[in-house]
Design a protein around this ligand. Structure first.
Ligand code: DAT
Ligand code: MG
Length: 138
């Protein structure tokens, strides 16, 4: 059994997609180990979460987006949960995300100069899963 960390980002909560995302996790047979609705996080928490991206030119937009409203955070476990959840999410850029994925079915292409709002986050490796679970559930 592998664990991964996920977020339903502020656009997912705002657009009423929490039930849809959780339904897909359950349908896929992944187990929900932790699940919490959080008020909009502090910028410092997002800076730690996206520590490898803080120097990117798009980072200020990303930080504004991620602190713009409540989000849902959780831990899911299952066989190959990390890659399974990444596949279910779809490509980072909604324009490239396949239909059938969460981003491909629900995310909208970004407006010029705005953050990519793509509904969900998932850890990309066992190391980042461990780091992110400790960061958000310490
Ligand atoms: P992912 O969320 O698919 O793991 P990532 O870790 O590379 O993608 O980036 C984190 C988030 O940052 C991503 O969901 C949207 C935003 N982002 C990534 N690359 C971007 C870019 N080139 N321009 C604008 N936003 C970007
Ligand atoms: Mg990532």
């Amino acid at each position: 059994m592998e664990k991964t960390f996920f977020i339903i980002k502020p656009d997912g909560v705002r657009r009423g997609l929490v039930g849809e995302v959780l339904k897909r996790i359950e349908q896929r047979g992944l187990q929900l180990d932790r699940l919490e609705l959080r008020t909009a996080p502090d910028e410092s928490l997002i800076d730690k979460h996206y520590e490898v991206l803080v120097d990117k030119d798009f980072y200020p937009n990303l930080r504004n987006y991620m602190t713009s409203g409540p989000l849902v955070v959780g831990v899911i476990s299952g066989s190959e949960a990390i890659s399974c959840w990444r596949t279910m999410m779809g490509a980072t850029n909604p324009a490239q995300a396949q239909p059938g994925t969460i981003r491909g079915d629900f995310a909208q292409s970004p407006e010029k100069g705005k953050a990519i709002e793509n509904i969900v986050h998932g850890s990309d490796s066992p190391e980042s899963a461990g780091r992110e679970i400790a960061l958000w559930f310490s």
